[in-house]
Design a protein around this ligand. Structure first.
Ligand SMILES: O=C(O)CCC(=O)C(=O)O
Length: 290
């Protein structure tokens, strides 16, 4: 991994504002591979009438007029996306921002189809998948040129240092977005809309207020998103999406994990990660160390 991918100024900006906007960051050949992979799923979608675990389709989707909302977990569904996120430019960028090895969490490809592709209301991500710290960040790559009318992602600079909002509805159900009363308190003039040519990259911290408006243009707005945390940060189980983020979630990139974690000021040298190979019994572990 190239630790010098970003300037010191970029890194300072990320800390201060909670986001980065890197125009035309992904080089042409890699971008073309990602675009080809995305196009394969559009073809797959033609054979579907309704959403399945992999593809979330709009109700009006048909084989002749595909309308995809989201490809879930591209990293688990295509080698190109897997390489990009776990070994390629997105992995390198995550390591560069977080200053060392990182832990991959999850990925998705939001297509936001043409002619009305849906809005994503203002929200913060960390409530969806709390971690043991606030290092998690999401790297987005536009797979098409995106202008103002295509529903680009918008961020509220420095909001990652502000309140962490309750994203439940008044009814008590999970709403996945900020309450309109809280949104009304925001200064929307401060929102920065992250547009750019295909290959442009967005990075936002897990506490950043962000969202996007409907896509009223004649073209889809595919945004490939992958989330990472610092290696010493862990998803907290049994809350939100943690635990349903795919078999590659937890992959350590750019180094190793010493499994040390600090809770309430006390450091634990945690056991190895047994989530893939299965846990040994305490009897087995203790006998092996005799
Ligand atoms: O696709 C977008 O515009 C925003 C994505 C996003 O906010 C999310 O998936 O958390």
């Amino acid at each position: 991994m190239n630790p010098n991918l970003l300037s010191d100024e970029d890194l300072r900006n990320y800390q201060k504002r909670g986001y980065l906007h890197l125009e035309s960051f992904v080089e042409a050949a890699t971008l073309a591979d990602l675009q080809r992979a995305a196009a394969e799923f559009v073809e797959v979608s033609r054979g579907l009438e309704t959403s399945n675990k992999m593809l979330d389709l709009e109700p009006s989707h048909t084989s002749g007029n595909p309308r995809i909302r989201r490809l879930n977990s591209p990293v688990d569904n295509h080698e190109t996306f897997r390489n990009f996120a776990l070994e390629g430019p997105a992995a390198a960028l995550a390591c560069s921002i977080l200053g060392g090895p990182v832990r991959y969490h999850h990925s998705k490809l939001n297509f936001k189809w043409s002619g009305g592709g849906e809005e994503i209301k203002w929200h913060q991500d960390i409530q969806f998948w709390p971690h043991t710290d606030f290092s998690p960040l999401t790297i987005g790559v536009y797979l098409a040129d995106v202008d103002d009318v295509m529903g680009p992602m918008g961020v509220l600079p420095s909001s990652h240092q502000g309140p962490l909002y309750d994203q439940y509805l008044d009814s008590g159900e999970w709403g996945g977005a900020m309450n309109p009363r809280d949104v009304a308190e925001l200064d929307m003039n401060e929102i920065v809309w992250l547009t750019g040519p295909a290959g442009s990259v967005t990075v936002h911290n897990c506490c950043m207020i962000h969202g996007s408006v409907p896509n009223n243009s004649p073209n889809p707005r595919p945004l490939l998103l992958q989330t990472y945390s610092a290696v010493q940060s862990y998803p907290i189980a049994h809350i939100g999406a943690n635990g349903v983020t795919g078999p590659l979630s937890g992959t350590v990139i750019g180094g190793t994990s010493d499994q040390k974690i600090t809770i309430e000021g006390r450091q634990i040298a945690g056991a190895p990660d047994w989530s893939r190979a299965g846990a040994p019994t305490i009897f087995g572990s203790q006998q092996e160390t005799d």
